[in-house]
Design a protein around this ligand. Structure first.
Ligand code: NAD
Length: 468
């Protein structure tokens, strides 16, 4: 992939110069950056509240099914349309929706682009997608162009061009575009956020995070992901292709876009061996010809994606983050979550430990259990009360919280927790780490999607509105 930043910068500046900045409502600031008028930013913008939020859902596979189940349990939410190119998935969703007592949803999915017809419907407020990665930006753009808010599973975008398009479209249409990063709401990450806010770790200086999950078997299975879309990405894309489970919660802990911002990254990869080795072994062990041929064909391929990627990020205020991606080698699950400040540190994996100066014995770790109850985030306290006895779909409750908070924000006219600027800055690590690692770990600067507004200190929405 060529350096996408320069091309985008070139196009933006050329186009804007041609249009005339003043008439386009833009102002020019030093450092050769064109800025939109402040009031055009979608930061802290409250949507118009409504009685109920009507959702059109696209992509009802592994993750989409969990969201559909959760949305059906959220008060003042209705799924009015569903879209999937696999008929059995829309049939499943229709059955879930009607069994839950709602009217039959409109069904879409006659081809890959049928989501556009769905976005055009009048009876939708939000288009939410859990489709494969390449569709996230196109679906979100179509939703906003049709006047709907957009929510997308991770990652929101795969290119810097798409990141800018999403920002510009959200600003022009005045519609929110939120990437749904469930790990921001995980119980431990929210306890840590609460501890940080209460000054337990002092000034936060360093973080470590990532996505470390042995996905080889799922990636190689013909039924793991529809059309095996995930392994196909590995044939062409290197770098950290899935940064947001780690970087999302870390950005919250480090006040990114709320007084600090990512400045630049450097990235490097190991060679790629894990997928080929397992595919070879599965081909050898196969009992029938069809299975043997399936695995043998994937064993022969070359993967651009190195097995382990390490990306180092420096923030504008000089803080450091290590973000890892490791999904093609045998290993236990981890997100390597570690936050370090001037008064101590915490690590989540392989077990939750803290070291707090003055409280923990010098040079030792201490179990985090004794802090959990004291610092349980109000968002979780509320959820546990509210959902007692309910069957929540997906990842121990965090998926329900992310869905619940987005729906209630749109319903009550509150600013969503994650805005378009957060979503694209976290996603931009994908093309940037690909670019850096393909060019000898060259330093790559983050585009400033906020056009300087990251400097403004403002609270995170989960700190401001803890209970909805
Ligand atoms: N946040 C999490 O913890 C988490 C967990 C799993 C997956 N995910 C994310 O969810 C997304 C989906 O992953 P998955 O595992 O559910 O994949 P999947 O293959 O099981 O589901 C994708 C679904 O999208 C449908 N689809 C594909 N192209 C489409 C199109 N053009 N229009 C309409 N439908 C289309 C497929 O038929 C399929 O049902 C990915 O972004 C993935 O990274 C997130």
């Amino acid at each position: 992939m060529k350096n996408p930043l320069n091309r985008r910068e070139f196009i933006r500046q050329g186009a804007l110069a041609g249009l005339g900045a003043a008439t386009a409502g833009l102002t020019f600031s030093g450092g050769c950056r064109w800025l939109p008028a402040k009031e055009r930013l979608m930061m802290g913008v409250a949507p118009t509240g409504r009685e109920a939020v009507r959702v059109g859902f696209v992509g009802i596979g592994n993750m989409g099914s969990a969201h559909v189940k959760n949305l059906l349990q959220i008060p003042n939410c209705q799924i009015t349309a569903v879209c999937d190119i696999r008929e059995e998935r829309t049939a499943w969703a229709k059955n879930e929706i009607t069994t839950a007592g709602f009217s039959e949803p409109a069904i879409y999915g006659r081809d890959d682009w049928d989501y556009k017809r769905m976005c055009d419907r009048e009876d939708l407020d939000l288009v939410y997608n859990a489709a494969p990665w390449r569709w996230h930006a196109p679906i979100s753009l179509a939703a906003m162009e049709c006047g709907k808010h957009a929510a997308s599973e991770v990652n929101l975008a795969l290119t810097i061009d798409d990141c800018w398009k999403l920002v510009e479209t959200s600003e022009r249409t005045r519609r929110h575009c939120a990437m749904m990063e469930n790990c921001c709401y995980d119980r431990t990450e929210m306890i840590v956020l609460n501890m940080i806010r209460q000054g337990v770790f002092g000034e936060i200086l360093h973080g470590e995070c990532g996505y470390l999950h042995d996905l080889r078997a799922h990636n190689l299975s013909p039924t793991g992901y529809q059309g095996m879309w995930r392994i196909k990405q590995m044939e062409r894309l290197n770098g950290n292709t899935y940064p947001t489970h780690g970087i999302g919660p870390m950005a919250w802990c480090m006040d990114i876009h709320r007084g600090d911002a990512f400045d630049y990254l450097v990235s490097m990869n190991t060679p790629s061996t894990g997928i080929n080795e397992l595919a070879n072994r599965l081909a050898d062990e196969a009992d029938d010809r069809q299975t043997r041929e399936h695995y043998a064909s994937w064993a022969k391929k070359q993967y651009a994606k190195g097995d382990v990627n390490i990306t180092l990020i420096k923030t504008k205020l000089g803080k450091t983050i290590i973000c890892k991606h490791d999904t093609s080698l045998p290993r236990p699950y981890s997100r390597d979550f570690l936050v370090q400040g001037s008064k101590g540190l915490l690590r989540k994996y392989p077990s939750e430990k803290v070291h707090i100066e003055g409280l923990t014995k010098n040079h030792e770790w201490e179990d985090m259990t004794s802090y959990n109850e004291k610092y349980l985030h109000p968002v979780w306290q509320n959820l546990e009360k509210q959902t007692a006895g309910m069957e929540l779909a997906g990842h121990g409750g965090m998926d329900y919280i992310e869905d619940y908070r987005l729906i209630q924000a749109l319903r009550s006219g509150l600013v969503p927790d994650i805005d378009v600027y957060d979503s694209v800055a976290w996603s931009a690590i994908i093309p940037m780490s690909n670019d850096s690692s393909n060019r000898g770990s060259k330093q790559v600067k983050f585009p400033d999607f906020t056009r300087g507004q990251w400097k403004v200190k403002r609270p995170l929405q989960v700190d401001l509105v803890k209970v909805i």
